[in-house]
Design a protein around this ligand. Sequence first.
Ligand code: BEZ
Length: 211
Amino acid sequence: MSIRLGDIAPDFKAETTEGTINFHEWLGNSWGMLFSHPADYTPVCTTELGRTAQLKSEFEKRNVKVLAVSVDGLESHKGWVKDIEETQNTTVDFPIIADEDKTVANLYDMIHPNANDTLTVRSVFIIGPDKKVKLTLTYPASTGRNFHELLRVIDSLQLTANYSVATPADWKDGEDTVVSPAIATEDIPAKFPKGHRVVKPYLRYTPQPNK
Ligand code: BEZ
């Protein structure tokens, strides 16, 4: 069964490169990013896990714990991590699940048999502190993800969870936001004292409220 936005992220217990993890307990009050890749010792995956490690402080700043999944075993992961660290000039200090029996892959529908019947695709699940799924993404094996885009999405998710705004196309942290359609135009000045501009009755911009 596929996982939809707003669903509670399925809980699981898994062996990882940093020991056994009970997913919900491990998340605690943090946000989470669970992401799968097809296989160890492959080029795109090596760059993806390297980039995630390089962006450690950016994930930490946003209170996001990252957890990678692949269906390879623990010994394979441990050997591969050394290669990632050497080739991507970084230290991998987030856990990688050894999902050999595909428990997590099946729970999160990460194997798409018409793409490949044994390997996980590049899935991403962003999970909020309430354990609900806030974002899902699926990329094919041949296309590495843009981890700056994932950080941008997290910025939007965290902002819009706390303010009655949405973020327009290509928005980046610090740029103007749009006022939620649920807010009447006459109520905007009280709610958004930094100002606003009405382009159309349904298209109202306001400076990012938490900046
Ligand atoms: C890669 O990570 O480079 C990769 C993995 C599986 C299929 C194709 C590419």
